[in-house]
Each structure stands twice: as structure tokens, then as C-alpha cells.
Design a protein around this ligand. Sequence first.
Ligand SMILES: Nc1ncnc2c1ncn2[C@@H]1O[C@H](COP(=O)(O)OP(=O)(O)O)[C@@H](O)[C@H]1O
Ligand SMILES: [Mg+2]
Length: 373
Amino acid sequence: MLRAALVAPPAPEALLETSRALELLLDKIGSFGGTIEGRGPTGIAAVFGLDLTEDAPNRAAHAAMAIVKAVTRARREAGTGPEIKVALHTSQMLVGQSAAASELDLEGKQAALLVLKTLIERGAADTVMVSDATAPFLARGLELRSEDATHGRAFSLVRRRRSGPGEAERVSTFVGRHHELELLRSRLESAMRGRGQIVGVSGEAGIGKSRLIFEFRESLAGKPLMYVEGQCRSYGLTTPYLPVLDVLRALCGITDGDTPGEIADKARTSLLEADLDLLETAPYLLHLLDVERDVARFAALAPEVTKARLFETLRQLVLKKSRQTPLIIVIEDLHWIDSTSEEYLSALAEMLPGAPVLLVCTHRCSQRHRRQG
Ligand SMILES: Nc1ncnc2c1ncn2[C@@H]1O[C@H](COP(=O)(O)OP(=O)(O)O)[C@@H](O)[C@H]1O
Ligand SMILES: [Mg+2]
């Protein structure tokens, strides 16, 4: 369950901003596949995992981060507005199913809401608090900070982990898979000689695809290479450019804490370093990165044209960067890729034969997840 509470001064002029922020919350919950369980004038409670969605805690955590980002952004743009506190808790609950709706067991729900209330009270403004029970589900992809434990163990969400080693990777010894590692290394060598390569890693969930990539990456330490990773997500099938954005941000050295100004600067610097025409290319990149939106320019362009120019800019950026330092691009969990990113990858693949780029894609193959068509 996710609880989000807006904290606004009790002044009547704060009402408008608060109700706007509330709209943002509802919107984000919906786009990450959550269900609104209750709402009030300054907050909401939502549930993830009621239907058969996969990966409910991660969806909730990403929704929580998107909420904090949207509310702080709205406040920055308006110069005023409420602060936000979000809390996440995971528990087992009875669910009543009828044709019309799913209903949570009353006592289970109340117990969860109580935990969430305490977490919200403990949390600072514009942060996401995570209960002890939820933390293990998030440890792999997200960075958590342990909070003062005098009132019970709890965590706050710091940021997304650059890329994925969780607790399991740090404590368990890597066994077998030497053949696969060797294969990746030999493909990398070809790529470094300027003959781009594409490697697909496929297998069932839990078979060790991500771990293989992790070990491969670890084995590269100290080599003159650039490694970037894009993650497709279970809730991302309809979000254009989701993994491509990861790759772009990594290419430009953009991190989660960067302000819009810093993001724009880093993007421009990367384009300059790659020797690309700033006037021609920067607007598209900044548009994709959602900073400095040149509304007039993009309103006048057909979406197809925007996409084609964006693709071209991204392709050029990858090409030029790879000429400076050989590039490894990993796209994780391709079975969840959105169609725009898929299209971009195909465009990228076409130019790979002549570029020092190793593109590795992991993909889950099982009966249940085989994509149509
Ligand atoms: N060769 C291996 N040796 C040791 N542990 C492994 C190995 N392969 C996978 N694991 C562990 O198994 C778990 C699932 O692997 P993971 O790479 O996440 O699977 P996938 O990405 O295919 O879904 C992880 O905790 C991982 O550390
Ligand atoms: Mg994986």
C-alpha cells in the first residue's frame, strides 16, 4: 500500500495548489498500475498488486518517486505549493473478489494504514518512507537509507541504483556460467575492434540473466570502456523511451539528484563533446529529457518528424561517443519494452556493424510472457 499526504499551510490560498497536487497524485498512481483505496482533501491511499500485476512493491516505489518529483516540480514552477510525504508498506491481506471490484479485508487494511500513518509522521517533507517489511523487495533496484530505529526499523528511499547489484550479488558466490561470460568477452573484443555486436541473453525468470550481466560488468573494471544500461519495466509497456532514457542519462552522466538546469548543461556538454551541432540537436534531447521544453517548436512539428530527428540525434550521439570510448549498452528485460524504444533499438542496430558498440539485451522467455507477433 502507498499513502501520500500533502502538507500545506492552512491558508485558503493554498487550496488551489493542494487540489492540483492531489490530481497529480491520482494521475501517477494510475499510470503505475495502482488502485485508489481512499482519498481525502490532502491525501490518498492506494494499493498495488490487487490485480495480477507483477512486481507490485517496485511499481509502488516508482509511483512514490514520481509523485515526489511531480509535486516538487509543480511547487518550483508555481513558486508556491504543498510539500509531500509518501510511505510504502507491504503485507499479506485477504482480498474479496467480485465481478465489479476487489475489496481489501477490513482489518488487514486498517493495520496497514496504521503502519503507513506512523511512517508518514516519521518522514521528512518530500521524502518516501519504506517499512521494514517492504525494504527487501526494493533492495535490488533502489537505494534505501536506514532511519533511526528507536521507533522500529524503517527506511527512506534515496534514489534508483545506477544498476542492479542487490544484497544477493554481494553475498552469494557466482557459480558456473564461465562459458557465457567468455562468450560476452569475445563479442566485446570484436566490438572493440570496431565490429559492433549484438548479444541476446534469454531464459526464464530467475535463471541468472541479470547476474551474468552484473558479473560481466564487474570483470570490466579498469578497462577503457563506457558501460550504460537501460531497464525495461513491467509498467513501462506504454511509456515511450523508458529504457532509452536510462541509456541517454547514463551517456550524459545525468543522475537522479540533478536539477533541470544541470540536466540541460550535461546534455549540451555531451553533444558538444560528441562534436554534434548544438542548435540542430539539443532541442530534441532536452525535449526527451523533459527539461527546457521548447513548446512552440514541437507544436509545429509532426510527431513523426520529432521522432525521426530524435532517433537521429541519439544514434549520432551513440556513434560519436563510441568512437571516443568503446561502448557497452545493456538493455534489461526486453519483454517489457515499449514500441518506441523497440523501434529505436532497431534503428540503432542498423548502424552497429561499423561501430565499437556491444549491445546486450536480456529477455525473459517463458510461455506466459511470450509476446504476440
Ligand atoms: N551463476 C550464479 N551463481 C550464483 N548465483 C546466481 C547465479 N545466477 C543467478 N544467481 C542468483 O539468482 C538470483 C536470480 O538471478 P537473476 O540474475 O536476478 O535472474 P534473472 O535476471 O534471469 O531473472 C539472484 O539472486 C542471483 O544473484
Ligand atoms: Mg533480471
